[in-house]
Design a protein around this ligand. Structure first.
Ligand code: GLU
Length: 283
């Protein structure tokens, strides 16, 4: 797994970007920060990712890692930003639209499914990955063999996620749904038996199940209950959308997408779908 290091340079840029953000951000997707001495300037880009989803977006003591991090880093490079010029921000599921609308981040690559409701508030480039909603249960639990078995179970998901909404609206309306702020919080509940199952995208669940400290403790249902088309979120009307789409197309055609998939999903043995075509949203 390739870690994106937190360098002294990016820490400086982080401080500069904070100053820039405090003064309001422009719509071009970049933040130009002067050095203060008038000699030249440095620029940075602020990207929202998940911090607690191994294989996708994870903050570790050594930096940031995961498929979303690799996609975002590639896109940033195509937009003219080196790794050192990226400021990573945590974008929890419930905060993503607001963060984009407020201009807290330039774009978000955080297991962010494209759907009509969100599309009214923000714009999406992509999709760049197709995942499916699934469940994670304790390895010794044989009581959940189909999505219907989730009814009357204590089911955990995350506030503001499509996973929680799908459970309530169609998948298992009679489940006792508990909404936590993050999936890692759900995972602790699953471990200590406060909940019976955790539901979200199979890509995320595979990453958790493969963690060294969880080996053999959990299993995926393998239900493929929905299509989750991951997009890169930008502020509504931003010209970044077209540029990001061009970058994503290039990432697939030059083989970098496949490399990122192998590096990040290989360890979890996650069988991903092939690269989606830009604009092809599977219902
Ligand atoms: N992909 C789903 C969503 O965007 C679930 C994962 C998440 O919460 O980030 O809501």
């Amino acid at each position: 797994m390739k870690l994106r290091k937190v360098t002294a340079a990016s820490a400086t840029i982080f401080a500069l970007a904070l100053t820039a953000t405090a003064c309001g951000s422009d719509d071009s997707g970049s933040k130009e920060s002067g050095s203060g001495s008038g000699s030249g300037g440095s620029k940075s880009i602020t990207i929202g990712i998940k911090f607690d989803q191994p294989g996708l977006g994870q903050k570790t003591p050594d930096g940031y890692a995961g498929f979303d991090v690799d996609v975002a880093t590639y896109v940033a490079k195509e937009l003219g930003y080196s790794e050192d010029q990226i400021e990573w921000k945590e974008a929890k599921s419930a905060d993503r639209e607001t963060m984009l609308q407020r201009g807290d981040v330039d774009f978000i690559a955080a297991t962010y499914s494209i759907n009509d409701e969100r599309d009214k508030l923000v714009d999406f480039a992509g999709p760049y990955l197709l995942a499916h909603q699934d469940v994670l249960v304790r390895a010794d639990d044989d009581s959940i063999k189909s999505p219907e078995d989730l009814n009357n179970k204590k089911l955990c998901s995350v506030t503001g996620s499509t996973s929680a909404a799908n459970v309530k609206e169609k998948l298992a309306p009679k489940a006792q749904l508990q909404e936590y702020p993050t999936y890692s919080a759900c995972l602790s509940g699953l471990q200590n038996k406060a909940i019976d199952a955790l539901t979200t995208d199979d890509s995320i669940l595979a990453g958790y199940a493969a963690q060294d400290n969880f080996k053999g403790k959990f299993k995926l249902g393998g239900f493929k209950m929905t299509n989750e088309n991951y997009g890169i979120g930008v502020k509504e009307g931003s010209d970044l959308k077209a540029k990001i789409n061009t970058a994503l197309e290039k990432m697939v055609s030059d083989g970098s997408w496949e490399k990122a998939v192998t590096a990040n999903f290989g360890p979890a043995n996650y069988k991903n779908e092939p690269a989606p075509k830009i604009g092809d949203i599977k219902k």
